[in-house]
Design a protein around this ligand. Structure first.
Ligand code: DGI
Ligand code: FE
Ligand code: FE
Ligand code: FE
Length: 187
């Protein structure tokens, strides 16, 4: 069982006001998507609330956990964008005492998605993207698509994020590609 008030306070203590508000809005959107898709509303709220818990940690902290806990050393070739979910789940487990692997996996997958996603994975991945504070070109289209069909939303985000990364010549994490291949690409 989760004490949401206590959990919120701990998340707030680790984040800037602006990012904490993003987490609250992501939690609200995750609940909305869970209701629409017959998902677990409480797990959606908790996962949405904590998904960016580690986003403001220093690179040095992530690097030390990657090394000490024997995460895939290839992670060292990436940065905060990839670390805050995958390694973030480690901080969430050990500092917030959340041991539910469904919730932890949804956090791990919230940036890159995954070739195979649970309903909770999809809910958190999409809630993060379309929460009410998001303002990017086509966000209204992304919301419309996602509310009509959650899987179409996942395809939409994977396509548009990959386009964005390519345009910026950002280093793409392999899982981002395998997710795109599994969800979007033809043969
Ligand atoms: O943490 P948020 O900003 O709320 O959202 P997020 O965790 O979904 O995404 C964080 C950033 O990560 C976003 O700007 C897109 C970027 N990203 C997604 N896939 C990859 C990636 N960055 C790199 N370098 N490689 C990827 O494969
Ligand atoms: Fe994130
Ligand atoms: Fe995301
Ligand atoms: Fe986020």
């Amino acid at each position: 069982d989760y004490n949401l008030v206590q959990l919120q306070a701990k998340v707030q203590s680790q984040l800037s006001q602006y990012r904490f508000q993003h987490c609250l809005r992501t939690a609200d959107k995750a609940v909305e998507l869970a209701e629409l898709n017959q998902g677990d509303v409480l797990k959606a709220r908790v996962a949405g609330l904590v998904h960016d818990y580690a986003k403001e940690r220093s690179d040095a902290e992530f690097i030390s956990v990657i090394k000490q806990e024997h995460f895939d050393p290839d992670l060292l070739n990436y940065g905060n964008a990839i670390w805050h979910g995958v390694i973030g789940a480690y901080f969430i487990k050990h500092e917030l005492g959340i041991y539910d692997e469904e919730i932890l996996n949804a956090v791990r997958n919230h940036t890159t998605a995954a070739p195979q996603m649970t309903l909770l994975d999809k809910i958190v991945f999409m809630a993060d993207y379309i929460e009410d504070g998001r303002d990017f070109m086509n966000v209204d289209e992304a919301r419309q698509v996602t509310l009509a069909d959650l899987d179409d939303g996942v395809r939409y985000q994977l396509t548009h994020t990959l386009e964005l990364l390519l345009n910026k010549k950002t280093k793409i994490y392999p899982k981002t590609i395998t997710s795109y291949n599994a969800w979007v690409a033809g043969h």
